[in-house]
Design a binder for this molecule. Structure first.
Ligand code: ADP
Ligand code: MG
Length: 251
């Protein structure tokens, strides 16, 4: 079998007519979305609209029912695709930080590098330290997750994902579990990442972030994309009643 070739000119993510059902509940009902290289696409919408399922399909944590997803030009919905290779190019950050509680911060960042990337202990530690510095936690490498604030834990989770050298990052409500005063530090890290040119797909209720950092805002409801566009345009002049209703609740 020939290796499919990465196509750096293709959109980072291309989703075409994606459907996903759980039993007879159709949760995604024909999603089309593109994320260009270096773009930040923010996905907003009510609870249960399918936002997490969409991200999880892009990362192959869920198997789509039908439709196609391409990552850097490679069809990842092809049954022959190497799932591990696809996942290794995509970093994922969840609402619940999912750190290993029994490992220090440094070990949380090195373990997958060593197992998946085959890096030596020193090499993995060097990469980890670089990424901890990037998220403002250079001095916490020996701490255990329970001794960190939620905001610090989430920044560790971001540093952990970055340590795998992903081409793109998916964020699923990364600040929704945080006390309000800790949200800003995490958003600042994400903003810096975007400024470096990282391709990002971000499910969030932080409309300020979407407006300031997003290149595109996608509004989902009930398994459909109801509208999408320039964040400012969608936020200031929503075209659909469902978007208006949602925004009036969150803004
Ligand atoms: P959102 O992230 O927008 O809140 P989700 O993608 O988590 O929405 O969920 C969309 C719908 O799919 C919800 O009704 C949810 O209950 C359902 N769902 C999500 N995951 C599963 C699953 N593994 N099994 C059954 N139903 C699921
Ligand atoms: Mg969700």
């Amino acid at each position: 079998m020939t290796e499919p070739q990465l196509d750096r000119d293709a959109p980072a993510i291309h989703v075409a007519d994606l459907h996903k059902s759980f039993g007879d509940h159709e949760v995604l009902r024909g999603i089309d979305v593109d994320v260009a290289n270096g773009q930040v696409v923010c996905v907003v919408g009510p609870s249960g609209s399918g936002k997490s399922t969409l991200l999880r399909c892009v990362n192959l944590l869920e198997q789509p029912t039908s439709g196609k997803i391409f990552v850097e030009g490679i069809e990842i919905t092809d049954p022959d695709v190497d799932v591990d290779r696809v996942r290794s190019r995509i970093g994922m950050v969840f609402q619940q930080f999912n750190l290993f509680p029994h490992l220090s911060v440094l070990r949380n960042l090195t373990i997958a590098q060593r197992r998946v990337k085959g890096r030596s202990k020193d090499e993995a530690a060097e990469v980890a330290r670089g990424n901890l510095a990037k998220v403002g936690l250079a001095d916490r490498e020996d701490a255990y997750p329970a001794h960190l604030s939620g905001g610090q834990q989430q920044r560790v989770a971001i540093a952990r994902a970055l340590s795998m050298d992903p081409d793109m990052m998916l964020f699923d409500e990364p600040t929704s579990a945080l006390d309000p005063e800790l949200v800003g530090d995490v958003l600042a890290v994400m903003k810096a990442l975007a400024a470096e040119g990282m391709t990002m797909m971000v499910v969030t209720h932080e409309m300020g972030f979407a407006r300031e950092v997003g290149n595109k805002l996608v509004f989902m409801d009930d398994g459909f994309i109801v509208e999408e566009g320039e964040p400012r345009t969608v936020l200031d002049d929503p075209q659909h009643e469902r978007t208006r209703t949602f925004l009036s609740k969150v803004l």
